[in-house]
Design a protein around this ligand. Structure first.
Ligand code: NOJ
Length: 946
């Protein structure tokens, strides 16, 4: 009876909560903490205030120089807290690729502090350490030399009293730790023990500390370990732009947070939260967190990775020399960015990356946190989702809709309503009587199905997943040892503790075809709500005092929970067949390292122009933080977009890395043919363009996999010396060759675009669609173009070669054996180059050489190629691809002063020479069928002039 009553109440509560989640318009700011409502943020900000307000402020931390030793290629020693006299351990490792790792921990904590973020985040094969060397200059100064490829000299200079660490590249300081003296590590203590530090002179006495218990709205965080925060300031001398630390709906170049023009008033917060219908221009935490920042100026790029998975706040302040920045003089540089990193728990474990270019910094970051997974080919094509496609009939109708209207599509998605009562891995068989048949029908057209699997498990004894997890003790626990019981879509739920290796092992089995009933190889997965979202939890997430495997509080690892879950699912989907295949798993929550597992999207945006605009800076930040496979709900999740907005969103989305149309359950249907002509054609045209460019996108995903460079790139990645690109966030590069500036305003008819001039001032640009050379105005590099409703401003950079597949099919699968078109856009000197990477798109055979990687070069009127394969193309793959041709070569910008083109000669790999047909109009030459196989490289195509 009691249980029934309780269930009844819980049910009601659930209805109310779900109603709140579904209907509330706009973010409820008051559901989420500001820094002032978070004790550890307040305490550390108070230290910063005290430091700023007193000219005599010095850090209480000193390095005990005589303790510095070198062992196992690491430099270690002790730091003394002069206020408490206690010791901290200090360790420095220098890695061979220009990265330094600095760890600071309590020397003898009363219990261990959480250091395991490294386990979830770092790859096992970190770059080798350099032979550690320490040059003691004086009692107060020691130098550790660093090797940075591409840089003449680099070093780390440690000042002992007070502790300060400067990083120098070619004698220029580029990053300083503890320059402002804000290093703080709250030592663990027992509640009844007094603090070792004399409180009377401490800033903390002036703030309400919230050290042992803290209340937010109706929730009380009991904080059994008391205060345990860690903090450090990081200064980027000479840098006025810093980027990264997603996820925030804010500007790409990060704003100041403690005063200044147009600043945010709160620090940027990293705490994975379910913030539906979030506000833009806001540093509030969102679904994912990557505590990685890049600073860039025309000479240098540096990176800082703060490896901590607890709640984190980051303050940013910018100063100029005239304001009296006191440490360094920077020739010709005016601005310096000071940042303050504050985490609730854990240790200080930071990595400094010395670049020197933005691409180098990303490469260094990826060497730590792992290469982005090579996605299965279908997953970079178009996805069609909605909450919810209601039945298999509905799915069949949508599927057929694409074909009837000649619109390509690769994937149809099923949201939570496809399950039996939100019990994941089950089907509502009344609506989906034969899921296998449904998948097979999609698969017959080369299409896939994605189903949603969330981490909350309905507490229902009749549900096998719940019973198995409960019996095997795999759920997150309450402090008193019970399974944590919270509220989510299914009602009363428990959450799998993926930090438990047994839970991951078990989870992986749940995706085997005989376990996940009615699933087939055509099914891939969507991991949602994995921040984790808990409707009746503090800030809509799990209480921090919940307990994970090993006795760790949720507090210490909250931000990495969703990443671990994502990783387990990606593994599970990949190993469900005998021969592992690449999985596609989309996650909402993310952390450093997420890139190893799959894609992420930016959660519950709205169908507004503002959110369309916002998608560009958000995705640029996420890509810069090492997660290249990212996208936003195309069309906007909440609300009904106007047809114009929807079309403009498609036109932007096709150039963003992950394209998925998605919509809330309460919205009107918006499949792209529902608006009638001429709209259907317009939507089709946009999607067809993405499909043509799939070879180029796939090549970029491979580059991201190999080097970490984002697919959707900030302008400064390609033009690192051009300061005018540094704050650009409404235009971006897709790879090195395409510049895109989507139309993101209602009724817009003119678009201005900044076309950088390149280092030697002679960059040519072509309009991607008309293929005509752009004439720049005499006033500079900014052009204006009229934009009709079908126009997407896209420009092709002179000097690049882009591979396309121009035949329209209904899915990417249908294009596997289609021939290629090469677009050769010449630069001022008549040269161009570009790459094409190709593999089977689904297995891991590329690791064994089953791929083709061309570098095409056009020079001296000749097109040639070099295979970049590190080993010969695996024979079976070569034989499968042998018949695939290059069917067309389009050369843009050929010089009139070459004379008259008399013929195009092809020298094929067998030594046969023949003339190829061509058409020439002005400076564009289209060579037809040069009869070249895509697996071969020993050929050349030559333009002969009279
Ligand atoms: C929240 C997700 O952000 C949204 O995309 C999804 O449709 C709903 N959950 C329902 O599963």
């Amino acid at each position: 009876m009691v249980t029934r009553l309780r269930d009844g109440w819980m049910f009601l509560l659930g209805i109310v909560l779900c109603f709140a989640i579904l209907k509330v318009e706009g973010v409820k700011r008051e559901d989420f903490k500001a820094c002032a409502q978070s004790g550890f943020c307040r305490r550390n900000r108070a230290i910063a205030d005290e430091a700023a307000s007193s000219s005599s402020w010095t850090s209480p931390f000193e390095l005990v120089s005589k303790t510095l030793t070198v062992k196992d290629n690491a430099v270690s020693g002790y730091i003394k807290n002069t206020k408490s006299s206690s010791l901290l351990t200090f360790e420095v490792q220098v890695l061979q690729n220009g990265v330094a790792r600095i760890r600071i921990n309590e020397n003898e904590p009363i219990k261990p502090r959480y250091e395991q973020t490294a386990e979830w985040t770092l790859v096992s094969n970190l770059p080798a350490k350099t032979e550690a060397k320490i040059i003691k200059k004086s009692d107060n100064e020691a130098v550790i030399p660093m090797q940075v490829p591409g840089v003449e000299s680099a070093s780390m200079v440690i000042h002992a009293k007070p502790l300060r660490i400067d990083f120098l590249v070619n004698d220029t300081p580029v990053l300083t730790l503890n320059e402002r003296g804000l290093l703080n590590l709250e030592e663990l203590r027992r509640k009844d023990e007094p603090k070792l530090v004399d409180q009377s002179d401490s800033s903390e006495s002036k703030v309400e500390t919230g050290e042992w218990e803290e209340t937010f709205k109706t929730w009380t965080d009991p904080k059994p370990n008391g205060p345990e925060s860690v903090a450090l300031d990081v200064t980027f001398p000479g840098f006025s732009h810093v980027y990264g630390i997603p996820e925030h709906a804010s500007t790409f170049s990060l704003k100041e947070t403690r005063g200044g023009e147009n600043a945010h008033s709160d620090p940027y917060r990293l705490y994975n939260l379910d913030v539906f219908e979030y506000e833009t221009d806001n540093p509030m935490a969102l679904y994912g967190s990557v505590p990685f920042m890049v600073a860039h100026n025309p000479e240098h790029s540096v990176g800082l990775f703060w490896m901590n998975a607890a709640e984190t706040w980051i303050d940013i302040v910018k100063t100029t020399e005239t304001e009296g920045f006191h440490l360094f003089k920077h020739k010709g540089k005016t601005s310096t960015t000071q940042t303050h990193w504050i985490s609730e728990a854990g240790i200080i474990d930071v990595f400094v990356m010395l670049g020197p270019t933005p691409k180098d910094v990303l490469k260094q970051y990826i060497s730590l946190t792992g290469a982005p997974a090579m996605p299965p080919a279908f997953s970079i094509a178009a996805h069609q989702c909605r909450w919810n496609y209601l039945s298999s009939k509905d799915v069949a109708m949508v599927d057929a809709g694409f074909d009837e209207h000649d619109i390509p599509n690769d994937v149809i998605w099923l949201d939570i309503e496809h399950t039996d009562g939100k019990k994941y891995f089950t089907w509502d068989y009344a609506k989906f009587p034969d899921p296998e048949k449904m998948q097979n029908e999609l698969a017959a057209k080369g299409r896939k199905l994605v189903t949603i699997i969330d981490p909350h498990i309905k507490r229902d004894d009749g549900y096998y997943i719940y019973k198995e997890a409960r019996d095997a003790n795999l759920f997150i626990k309450t402090p008193d040892g019970n399974d944590y019981d919270g509220w989510c879509w299914p009602g009363s739920s428990s959450w799998i503790d993926y930090t438990n290796p047994l839970a991951r092992e078990w989870w992986i089995k749940k995706f085997k075809f005989d376990d996940y009933k009615s699933s087939t190889p055509a099914l891939h997965v969507w991991n949602d709500m994995n921040e984790p979202s808990v409707f009746n939890g503090p800030e809509i997430t799990a209480p921090k005092e919940m307990i994970h495997h090993g006795g760790w509080e949720h507090r210490v690892l909250h931000n990495v929970y969703g990443q671990i879950y994502h990783g387990a699912t990606a593994k599970a989907v990949s190993v469900r067949e005998e021969t592992p295949k690449r999985s596609f798993v989309l996650s909402r929550a993310f952390f450093a390292g997420t890139q190893r597992y799959g894609a992420i999207w930016t959660g519950d945006n709205t169908a507004s122009w503002e959110h369309l605009r916002n998608s560009n800076p958000m995705l640029l930040s996420i890509g810069l933080a090492g997660i290249p496979f990212n996208g936003a709900d195309v069309g906007g999740f909440f609300g009904n977009p106007s047809t114009e907005l929807l079309l403009r969103w498609y036109q932007a989305g096709i150039f963003q890395p992950f394209f998925r149309a998605h919509a809330h359950i309460d919205t009107k249907r918006r499949e792209p043919w529902l608006f009638g002509e001429p709209w259907t054609t317009r939507f089709r045209n946009a999607l067809v363009e993405r499909y043509k460019l799939l070879p180029y996108f796939y090549t970029l995903f491979h580059e991201a996999h190999a080097l970490g460079v984002p697919v959707m790139r900030p302008m400064f990645f390609e033009f690192p010396q051009d300061e005018r690109t540094f704050a650009l966030e409404d235009q971006f590069m897709v790879g090195p060759a395409l510049l895109v500036k989507p139309v993101v305003n209602e009724g817009q008819t003119v678009q201005s675009i900044y076309l950088p001039s390149g280092p030697n001032g002679s960059q040519i640009w072509y309009d991607y669609f008309t293929q005509k050379k752009v004439t720049l105005p005499s006033s500079g590099q900014e052009i204006k173009t009229t934009v009709g409703i079908e126009d997407i401003p896209v420009y092709l950079r002179g000097g690049s070669i882009v591979a396309r597949r121009d035949r329209q099919r209904r899915s990417s699968y249908g294009m596997v054996y289609d021939p290629f078109t090469l677009i050769v856009a010449l630069d001022e000197e008549g040269n161009a180059e570009g790459e094409l990477y190709l593999d089977d798109g689904e297995t891991f055979d590329y690791e064994k050489g089953a791929y083709i990687h061309h570098r095409f070069t056009f020079k001296n009127n000749r097109l040639t190629t070099q295979l970049l394969n590190t080993e010969p193309i695996a024979e079976d793959y070569a034989s499968v691809m042998h018949k695939v041709r290059i069917e067309r070569v389009v050369i843009l910008g050929s010089k009139q002063d070459n004379g008259k083109l008399s013929k195009v000669v092809v020298h094929d790999p067998k030594g046969v020479t023949f003339d190829a047909g061509y058409k020439i109009s002005k400076s564009k030459i289209v060579v037809r069928d040069p009869k070249l196989s895509i697996v071969e490289s020993q050929w050349r195509l030559e333009l002969k002039y009279q």
